[in-house]
Design a binder for this molecule. Structure first.
Ligand SMILES: NC(=O)C1=CN([C@@H]2O[C@H](COP(=O)(O)OP(=O)(O)OC[C@H]3O[C@@H](n4cnc5c(N)ncnc54)[C@H](OP(=O)(O)O)[C@@H]3O)[C@@H](O)[C@H]2O)[C@@H](O)CC1
Ligand SMILES: Nc1ncnc2c1ncn2[C@@H]1O[C@H](COP(=O)(O)OP(=O)(O)O)[C@@H](O)[C@H]1O
Ligand SMILES: [K+]
Length: 508
């Protein structure tokens, strides 16, 4: 399956190019699309006695006319309800002509108890909020709890952003064509799509290669080629050393969660750098993880000078303030010297992000330096607003657009966390995660994620791929653990989700 996600504009380009190159013309593609929808209705709802097909004026409606015809030919009672009429000479007009059913106006629509609904009102061409007859149909169908099969997207959901314009259908199944779109994975779109089926309608993969941009679904094939694999003759420091900064005596747990996660992700050695007054409490809870006192910038400079650590986590439980800023900037400034010794990156999470709320530019400028270690920022929504208030306020941008803009502004890989985590690189590559589970919404879960990222970067995995892999592994572990999950469980669950990556080329 392809991992590229096509925006509605890219999909329209794909349609045009596919029609120009063949083998199918526009109506040919539409017939294939409509047949795919009818097949799904027949497979999923074999006992359906009545299908109500709602068609709009564009090509989405065209697919609906085709599906209505095929469903009627297969012996099902079909009723057709139209909003507007297709433009003369369009593919949708041909599909309407080929459909023997007479459409009633959508204004007269009544939801029939027990019917299955095919929603072919609007798809990629959704241009304004759903209102009037379409919004009324959403209400009636929702009230009667009818099963909806959406064509391309549930009408009302933006294929670009996953946002709802006005109101939207909640589908049991959505059938889209050729490739997924960002709106199928971003919330609330993902939730409204129900099961998502990608149907092949005869668009050549060379066409998709031509139009595809740099947006991907986050799955192992995106990063498995660079996932670290220890050489047979490796030793612990060659596998990478991660350094995790601990907070004071009452806030040390977060750093230990990160440290355990970095170790489980495969870093050969992990050290917790702790303030002197928290050494005892850290020591009481650490076994395979090493511990070292780092109280101030001079002691940090000594650590950096040794060049042993190749990736750092700063922020979980660390405290918001000058010390967090000074430490982060010192690590980013030491890049040149560190790079020689192999230091690759700084994962700035939680308090480390908040510490820069009044001076984000200091951070961004430090990360922009060519020799600086890679910076990975892992904000949840609240932290994102603190660091990127202007970008966060842009209503017209999707979560994906915001993550991209932030990555460019900060010269950093951004992991914009949430149920639909988006990972963005400064060069424009963006991935949307889709294997998460709400069980991950638990205190300390983000600290574990930061540790996994650092553990992978310590092993020389490139930062964007390390971020994508970490998010996927974290989500996979969360999904597998399920109810009752607490953050402590996540590091221990990592071997179970990492091992299949080595064993099977098709894992995930
Ligand atoms: N050969 C191909 O190209 C293939 C395409 N395929 C199919 O085409 C679909 C895209 O088709 P599309 O570009 O015609 O857009 P579509 O979603 O039908 O909507 C446009 C129409 O709806 C109207 N409209 C929009 N929102 C509205 C609202 N809220 N309330 C009221 N009106 C609204 C809009 O009005 P306007 O913006 O012009 O004012 C315009 O008239 C795609 O999703 C897939 O299903 C497949 O068959 C594969 C082959
Ligand atoms: N509903 C959800 N579905 C999937 N993942 C979620 C959900 N809610 C939170 N997460 C994930 O859980 C983690 C929580 O991180 P964070 O908010 O930083 O928590 P903490 O600061 O307590 O560690 C993130 O990786 C986030 O993407
Ligand atoms: K639709």
């Amino acid at each position: 399956m392809r991992l590229e996600l096509l925006t509605p504009a890219e999909m329209a380009d794909a349609d045009r190019l596919a029609i120009a190159e063949g083998p199918f013309d526009g109506i040919g593609l539409m017939r294939n699309a409509g047949r795919a929808v009818a097949d799904v209705v027949l497979e999923r709802f074999p006992a359906a006695a009545h299908v109500q097909v709602l068609v709009g004026p564009g090509n989405n409606g065209g697919d609906g006319y085709v599906a209505a015809r095929i469903l009627q030919e297969s012996g099902i009672a079909v009723s057709l309800w139209a909003s507007g009429t297709p433009r003369e000479g369009s593919d949708a007009a041909i599909a309407a002509e080929e459909c023997p059913l007479t459409a009633s106006p959508l204004a007269e629509f009544e939801a029939a108890a027990g019917a299955v609904v095919v929603d072919a009102l609007y798809g990629a061409g959704l241009s304004k909020p759903l209102s009037g007859d379409a919004a009324r149909a959403v209400t009636l169908i929702t009230e009667k709890k009818l099963k909806v099969v959406a064509v391309d997207l549930p009408s009302g959901v933006s294929g670009e952003s996953g946002k709802v314009l006005g109101s939207a259908f909640r589908a049991a199944v959505t059938v889209t064509f050729a490739c997924k779109k960002p709106g199928h994975l971003l919330l609330p779109g993902r939730d409204l799509c129900g099961d998502l089926i990608v149907a092949d309608i005869g668009i050549r993969s060379s066409v998709l290669d031509t139009v595809a941009g740099r947006i991907f679904e986050n799955k192992p094939p995106l990063w498995r080629d660079v996932f670290p694999k220890p050489a047979v003759d490796t030793h612990k420091y060659r596998r990478g050393h991660a350094g995790i900064f601990s907070g004071g005596p009452t806030t040390t747990g977060a750093a230990r969660l990160s440290a355990l996660a970095a170790a489980r992700a495969g870093a050969g050695a992990v050290t917790v750098f702790s303030p002197g007054n928290a050494l005892a409490v850290n020591a009481m809870h650490l076994t395979s993880i090493m511990l070292r006192k780092v109280d101030d910038i001079a002691e940090l400079a000594a650590v950096l000078g040794e060049g042993r650590s190749s990736a750092f986590v700063l922020g979980p439980g660390f405290g918001v303030g000058e010390k967090a800023r000074d430490f982060a900037l010192a690590i980013l400034a030491a890049g040149g010297r560190l790079a020689e010794a192999g230091a690759e990156g700084l994962v700035l999470d939680a308090d480390g992000i908040t510490a820069f709320r009044d001076a984000p530019q200091w951070l961004f400028e430090a990360a922009a330096r060519a020799e600086a270690p890679a910076l990975v920022l892992t904000p949840h929504e609240g932290e994102f607003v603190r660091l990127f208030p202007e970008i966060a306020g842009k209503e017209d941008l999707s979560k994906l657009g915001k993550a991209r803009a932030a990555a460019e502004a900060a010269h950093a890989v951004i992991i914009y966390k949430g149920a639909d985590t988006v990972i963005a690189a400064p060069d424009g590559r963006t991935a949307i995660n889709s294997n998460g589970a709400p069980w991950l919404a638990t205190a300390g879960s983000g600290d574990v994620l930061a540790g996994i990222v650092a553990g992978l970067i310590a092993q020389r995995m490139p930062p964007f791929e390390a971020a994508c892999a970490a998010v996927w592994l974290h989500a996979e572990a969360g999904s597998q653990l399920g109810p009752g999950l607490i953050a402590e469980d996540l590091p221990a669950a990592l071997p179970r989700v990492i091992k299949p990556l080595y064993l099977s080329p098709d894992a995930g």
